[in-house]
Write a protein that binds this ligand. Structure first.
Ligand code: DAT
Ligand code: MG
Length: 183
């Protein structure tokens, strides 16, 4: 199908802790932007166990589930963080899946991101560098899980207004050395 006839879509992309440890962010972003898609949201975060479990809820029964959770939490890497992105473009879901390559990095096309940079550890963990939503339904579920509406520059999905009382951490009026708190 010609590019202009493809539906406008949004997808969740995660650069996983191995991708960050291997300094692949720039490379991956270059490849994503060459595929004519727009970054609509981005943030770097430490993944909580709760978020990891919600993200991988359909894999709970799999024998590799616990290792998968440990991996996305950054327990195996020096970088205990993930870079989460929302990418928007025509046919973007399949395009990013193609760029990412097959789930098993050993089977992924050698020019794909997973084929080039992924590996299977001796523990059997697929360290496959990147996550990409598999279809529109999953993309919506995942984007809503990882991002608040106001963190995304487009109105992708309908929103509602509700008044909530939240305790929010604010900057304290001090000037101190930066602490990276790199646990
Ligand atoms: P994908 O990430 O390509 O959408 P998936 O949703 O089936 O694949 O699985 C999510 C992640 O789980 C995948 O990126 C790596 C891990 N995984 C899948 N199958 C696995 C297996 N047989 N052994 C180890 N890890 C696996
Ligand atoms: Mg998947």
């Amino acid at each position: 199908m010609a590019q202009e006839n493809l539906p406008l879509e949004a997808t969740l992309v995660l650069i996983k802790p191995d991708g960050l440890s291997k300094s692949l962010t720039g490379n991956i972003l270059t490849r994503l932007s060459e595929a004519k898609m727009e970054i609509a949201a981005a943030k770097c975060l430490r993944v909580s166990r709760e978020l990891a479990e919600k993200h991988y809820r359909d894999l709970k029964a799999k024998p590799f589930y616990e290792e998968l959770i440990q991996y996305i939490l950054g327990k195996y890497h020096s970088r205990k963080k993930v870079l989460a992105l929302v990418c928007v473009g025509k046919g973007v879901i399949e395009k990013v899946r193609q760029l990412a390559g097959a789930t098993n990095p050993e089977e992924a096309d050698s020019v794909s991101i997973r084929g080039q940079y992924g590996r299977i550890t001796t523990k059997g963990v697929y360290e496959n560098v990147i996550h990409a939503s598999s279809n529109a339904k999953e993309a919506e579920r995942e984007i809503k899980l990882w991002f608040e509406p106001d963190e995304i520059i487009f109105d992708l999905y309908p929103t509602t207004q509700s008044e909530v009382k939240v305790k929010k951490r604010m900057w304290a009026p001090t000037q101190v050395a930066i602490s990276q708190n790199q646990k």
